[in-house]
Design a protein around this ligand. Structure first.
Ligand code: TRP
Ligand code: SF4
Length: 333
């Protein structure tokens, strides 16, 4: 039997190349070898966007289309919406008894994300909500509701998988051995930075989105940061410090030439960027064509969401009835 994969993303914006090369491309490859469940984690998105439900609602559809355009195939994999599986919320409540608040405060992922989002906790003050602090518990419910065994994630998520494993062990110890300890599967690609060398972010406008137009791609790449020591067109440069080069590596089949010419001072940055624009547009073409098809057929997207979610729900219901039985809360069975 194929092993079960579970992973997901939060619908807080359209997906960019960081999501694609860091996760989606990997997920697409895993679809044949594993029984895959891919979540659109809208409940998790609400932990820090609870005051902006419209944003989350809109992006559920955008992320769904980005998944499909990238090659997640609903015939092979189950794609579902987290909020439509109440069993996940139910499990989260039961798991919350198995985790101390102190342990959540110490979770490195929670710490880092709180800092990024300027949420205060510990000695710095207390603006963190119960939901934000507890999101590792909810993520443990995501994973175990579907008996997820292999969890493809970036290294930033490893503390969440560890937290899930602890919950599983504690649950099994108290209520009986029914949950599986999941394992993280680290994506091979190192994190790609934004075109300006910073972490990709919407506010810095330094990321290329899967759904960007050719003009947007052109504008973003022409403004990218290159080797700062290269002043004149024929100065030799160091591609390893150039953001344009790091993107060329992802999409340009003639990468050796780019590297050699850059080092030898035989390539100007403007020409190099134009070449990258062309390669990027070519690379994204099949993805964008697929996305366009789904944009024009919203009813097909609806069907895929509904069917995937129904399939996922029946799986979660089976799991939940086992959990209830073992926790002795199956009164009416
Ligand atoms: N926390 C993950 C992220 O921010 C998204 C996510 C939600 C997830 N549920 C999951 C990842 C379950 C793996 C398994 O990227
Ligand atoms: Fe970067 Fe290309 Fe300029 Fe070299 S020639 S520094 S790789 S943009």
């Amino acid at each position: 039997m194929k092993k079960r994969i579970l992973s997901g993303m939060r619908p807080t914006g359209r997906l960019h190349l960081g999501h694609y090369f860091g996760a989606l491309q990997n997920w697409v490859r895993l679809q044949d070898e594993y029984d895959c469940y891919f979540e659109i984690a809208d409940v998790q998105a609400l932990t820090d966007n609870y005051d902006n439900p419209e944003k989350v609602q809109k992006n559920v559809r955008e992320v769904m289309m980005d998944y499909l355009a990238s090659g997640i195939d609903p015939k092979k994999s189950t794609i579902f919406i987290q909020s439509m599986i109440p069993e996940i919320a139910e499990l989260t409540v039961f798991y919350s008894n198995l985790v101390t608040v102190a342990r959540l405060y110490r979770n490195p992922t929670v710490k880092t994300e709180a800092k990024q989002k300027k949420v205060l906790f510990g000695n710095d003050g207390e603006s963190i909500t119960y939901g934000f602090l507890g999101y590792p518990v909810s993520q443990a419910a995501d994973i175990t509701a579907f008996c997820g065994e292999v969890i493809p994630v970036g290294d930033d998520q490893l503390p969440l998988i560890e937290q899930c494993r602890e919950i599983v062990r504690k649950f099994n110890h108290i209520y009986g051995e029914i949950l599986k300890e999941p394992e993280a599967l680290l994506s091979e690609n190192t994190r790609i930075k934004g075109l300006d060398g910073n972490k990709m972010s919407k506010s810095l406008n330094n990321a290329i989105y899967l759904s960007d137009t050719e003009e947007e791609i052109l504008k973003k790449i022409m403004g990218a940061v290159t080797d700062p020591n290269k002043i004149k067109k024929d100065d030799p440069a160091n591609p390893d410090v150039c953001m344009v080069y790091s993107y060329q590596k992802l999409v340009n089949p003639n990468i050796e030439t780019v590297c050699a010419e850059c080092k030898a001072g035989k390539r100007g940055c403007v020409a190099c960027k134009k070449e990258l624009v062309k390669c990027m547009i070519d690379y994204l073409k099949p993805i964008q064509e697929k996305r366009k098809y789904y944009e024009e057929h919203p009813e097909i997207v609806d069907d895929i969401m509904r069917e995937g979610t129904a399939q996922a729900r029946s799986e979660a219901q089976k799991m939940m009835s086992e959990v209830r039985k073992h926790m002795l809360i199956n009164y009416f069975d």
